[in-house]
Design a protein around this ligand. Structure first.
Ligand SMILES: NC(=O)c1ccc[n+]([C@@H]2O[C@H](COP(=O)([O-])OP(=O)(O)OC[C@H]3O[C@@H](n4cnc5c(N)ncnc54)[C@H](O)[C@@H]3O)[C@@H](O)[C@H]2O)c1
Length: 464
């Protein structure tokens, strides 16, 4: 068990609620704050307001054990914290990150610090561009509190790497913990916070901590866009299945080394070689965009980052091309079933989901769009507004009724399409996430990303 620290988490979204719950599960006394009263009430009943595997059990156990409570966010509600973690949103605005939530949270914490007589560390966990914590956040906290970093309070930056859908596991078993700090007091406190975690811990300054997070996401996004572009070339050429290419590339020991017994280690990065309809979510798109904008601001031309974004913006529509062709090029009056609305499986997050871009495009082309997602239907309806999609609960029946089907999110339940070949006979089935194995559909028209069959060779002309 941890040496019990008192930790207040500001913001109870995906990062804040998962962080707070896991820190409580490891033995700390946690208070989580949010502006939304209903969220606060639900958390105090042990009910998470986001969908994350394993979170509900952990949260209700922490609340029952008296290790976690929620309050509406005010300076007073911060309580007697040793460490305050800022986990508020940093959404995209005009290509940069919008620091409005960080601004409000930092002012609130500054007000609390003004009356605080004991040292406490304020730590930014939200994703902020390099140079934010040691300038913007520091100035606000010092201005509002009338106190100075190091002398009276500490300042840190502890980026979060959890992936939605795997958030609890990722938080409990992280690859590394980055302890960004401006003062030794904060470094010491963060080391105590994470004492129960047995993984590499990197102590760096706050700018480096911020840059590690952005470099990590930009490099992963770069790989996705590079793969999608190569897969599009393979499909345009025809006669190549890009998954065979992926297998061939993945046998290179630099991608897939062998361990001491000679067994392939098959690193998770290999899954980023599988082509699809592009990345979405609350992180990759906005992080790459924010880094591109920062690059411009500091006089570096962001050629690669721009290309990553351009490829990704075009990909959800580019993969629809063969689907349109199979339907005669005109979707007016056609009914299309879109399977999956969340930006990835196991989450209800639809932010920047490629699926929503497809939905808008299909509807804009005159199609009636039926849509299904195991958890993200209401969120998608709210994001899309009226009239774009109609949610269905029985997707298998809808698939039989539709003129064509698109798998847009890799939820495993959609693999059952493979057993519906005869019911889907003659219909185009676009697998935009490479979920279905090749050859499982023979009477339905199986379309996918990174593959197009070669047209039959023209019959030889008779020579005279
Ligand atoms: N979602 C992810 O997978 C993920 C992963 C790593 C890092 N991040 C980063 O973490 C940060 C949070 O992301 P998220 O997805 O949890 O965001 P989110 O939008 O889901 O949650 C933010 C929460 O903060 C609350 N909030 C806003 N202002 C507040 C204030 N002044 N006081 C108290 N609460 C306030 C909001 O009500 C909301 O509940 C972002 O910077 C994001 O880029 C997200």
């Amino acid at each position: 068990m941890a040496e019990d620290l008192s930790i207040t988490v500001v913001g109870t979204g995906y990062v804040g609620l998962v962080s707070g719950t896991c820190l409580a599960a490891k033995g700390h006394s946690v208070r989580v704050l949010d502006l939304r009263t209903t969220v606060v009430e639900n958390i105090n009943r042990g009910i998470p307001t986001i969908h994350e595997r394993g979170l509900a059990d952990l949260l209700s156990a922490a609340v029952k054990a008296g290790r976690l409570e929620a309050r509406v966010a005010t300076s007073d509600a911060i309580g007697d914290a040793d460490v305050v973690l800022l986990c508020v949103g940093t959404p995209s605005k005009d290509g940069a990150i919008d620091l409005a939530q960080i601004d409000a949270a930092a002012r609130m914490v500054g007000g609390w610090l003004a009356h605080r007589h004991r040292f406490a560390a304020v730590v930014v966990k939200s994703t902020v561009v390099p140079g934010t914590t040691d300038t913007f956040v520091r100035q606000l906290l010092e201005e509002v509190s009338g106190k100075r970093v190091t002398d009276h309070f500490g300042l840190g930056m502890n980026p979060e790497f959890l992936r939605e859908g795997e958030a609890v596991t990722d938080f409990m078993q992280p690859d590394r913990i980055v302890i960004g700090h401006e003062d030794v007091g904060t470094r010491a406190l963060l080391e105590r916070v994470y004492a129960p975690w047995n993984c590499e811990k990197l102590a760096v300054n706050t700018r480096t901590a911020e840059m590690i997070k952005y470099a990590n996401n930009c490099l992963l996004a770069l790989q996705i866009s590079a793969v999608n572009e190569l897969a599009n070339v393979a499909a345009a050429l025809g006669g190549i299945d890009f998954l065979d290419v992926v297998n061939g590339v993945g046998l290179d020991k630099r991608w897939n080394p062998r361990d001491q017994t000679g067994t392939r280690t098959t690193p998770a990065i290999l899954s980023y070689l599988i082509p699809g309809c592009g990345f979405g979510g609350s992180c990759f798109p906005k992080d790459v965009e924010a880094m591109r904008t920062l690059a411009c601001r500091v006089g570096v031309e962001p050629r690669v980052l721009q290309a990553v974004l351009d490829v990704n913006a075009a990909q959800p529509i580019a993969v629809l091309r063969p689907f349109f062709e199979a339907l005669g090029g005109d979707l007016r009056g056609k009914t299309i079933l879109l399977l999956g609305l969340a930006f990835k499986p196991e989450t209800d997050d639809v932010r920047e989901s490629a699926s929503l871009r497809m939905a808008r495009h299909l509807e804009g082309c005159g199609a009636r769009v039926l849509a299904h997602d195991p958890v993200a239907g209401p969120q998608a309806l709210a994001a899309l507004g009226d009239g774009v999609i109609e949610l269905v609960s029985d997707w298998a029946t809808a698939a039989e009724e539709a003129d064509g089907v698109i798998i847009a999110t890799r939820w495993s339940e959609y693999a059952a399409l493979a057993t519906m070949d005869s019911a889907l006979s003659g219909k185009p089935i676009l697998d935009a996430r490479r979920l279905l194995p090749a050859g499982v559909l023979s009477t339905a028209t199986h379309l996918t990303v990174g593959y197009r069959s070669l047209p039959p060779l023209p019959a030889p002309t008779e020579s005279r």
